[in-house]
Design a protein around this ligand. Structure first.
Ligand SMILES: [Fe+2]
Length: 344
């Protein structure tokens, strides 16, 4: 069974008239309310740009570990930039339970066990705005992957522009002024993450001796996700907690999912849904040999956050007398600190 995530033509928003934009926005927020995810086609990031991003990402991850490690994610630091492998993260700290807390402190602490004991079988490379002094980028030497820095810097801002359109759609969809979120958004606090999941024996995933990414919710406002054709991405069923259903790759589409911050901001009007990367379909062309070694997988995530001083206080259209605000106001900075370093 595959996920029933709605597929929406985003060009009807970017190119539509006022009524059309509102209708598409409503469809998108309805998908977020029901699934936490939407799949967009005809979005503003061209197929050639996405392909180039995957090519550059693959060129980097195909380097020997000694070369990739010349752009290391700083150890014992609050800076989350550069290359990490094997992931030092505790993404499973945020593994969601069906009724997981969305609080500032100790979110989802109940789900630390036992997935945390199994390392994520992935490697990552994180990129931020070149103007974010608190999170300086860590680049590989230019000769390792020619053009990498220039392309990725441009790609970051291409996705920032897409994100701005998505923020307009979100606002319209929940009956706010179209520009409501833009005063909180400079795009300096987003994070572009390249991910590579190396080939792995299927049995290791099946028997729980390794995971590609354990179940978790994102903590940003929302995430844009591009994935290759490997498969293995799964989301928790909104109607059957604990059951994960595959989200098959579709060429030239992207997924967008709500993170915990936007769920909190919207008083859970928009849902943050648990997701994971599991074993891909063991099709003949995707695994090989007696050990059923799966093919490697690449994906690219773009995590969108408002500015650090933004007060995440229940949005005015998301509460009333019968549905009071659930969460105390908190700044994005405070929220960010509480969630620390867990994304995929
Ligand atoms: Fe995620």
């Amino acid at each position: 069974m595959s996920s029933k995530i709605p597929v929406i033509d985003f060009s009807l928003f970017t190119d539509g008239d006022a009524a059309g934009r509102r209708a598409v926005a409503k469809s998108i927020t309805a998908a977020f309310a029901a699934h936490g995810f939407v799949r967009l086609i005809n979005h503003p990031v061209s197929s050639s740009t996405v392909s180039q991003a995957f090519r550059q990402s693959k060129l980097f991850f195909d380097l020997p570990i000694s070369s990739k490690s010349r752009a290391p994610n700083p150890p014992d630091s609050k800076v989350n930039r550069g290359f990490s492998y094997p992931s030092p993260e505790k993404v499973s700290n945020l593994a969601a339970t069906a009724n997981g807390s969305n609080g500032v402190n100790g979110a989802d602490e109940s789900s630390k066990e036992p997935a945390q004991r199994v390392p994520d079988a992935k490697e990552t490379y994180d990129i931020g705005s070149e103007h974010n002094a608190e999170q300086p980028n860590v680049w590989p030497p230019p000769n390792l992957v020619p053009g990498f820095r220039g392309f990725m810097t441009g790609f970051y801002w291409t996705l920032a522009g897409f994100s701005r359109e998505l923020l307009r759609a979100l606002a319209l969809g929940i009956n706010l002024e179209e520009d409501h979120f833009l005063e909180f958004y400079s795009a300096q606090d987003n994070q572009l993450r390249l991910l590579h999941y190396p080939e792995i024996e299927a049995a290791k995933l099946e028997e729980g001796r390794a995971v590609r990414v354990a179940a978790h919710r994102d903590w940003s406002a929302f995430t844009i996700l591009f994935q290759d054709d490997c498969g293995g991405f799964e989301i928790e069923s909104p109607t059957e907690p604990g059951k994960f259903v595959p989200v098959e790759p579709i060429e030239d589409s992207c997924l967008v999912n709500i993170g915990d911050l936007m769920a909190r901001w919207s008083n859970d009007t928009l849902m943050s849904t648990s997701h994971r990367v599991g074993i891909p379909p063991l099709l003949q062309n995707r695994c090989a040999g007696d050990k059923r070694t799966t093919q490697s997988r690449h994906s690219i995530g773009y995590f969108v956050s408002p500015m650090p001083d933004t007060v995440i206080k229940c949005l005015p259209t998301c509460y009333d007398a019968e549905h009071p605000a659930k969460y105390a106001p908190v700044t994005q900075r405070e929220y960010n600190v509480s969630k620390a370093s867990m994304q995929c």
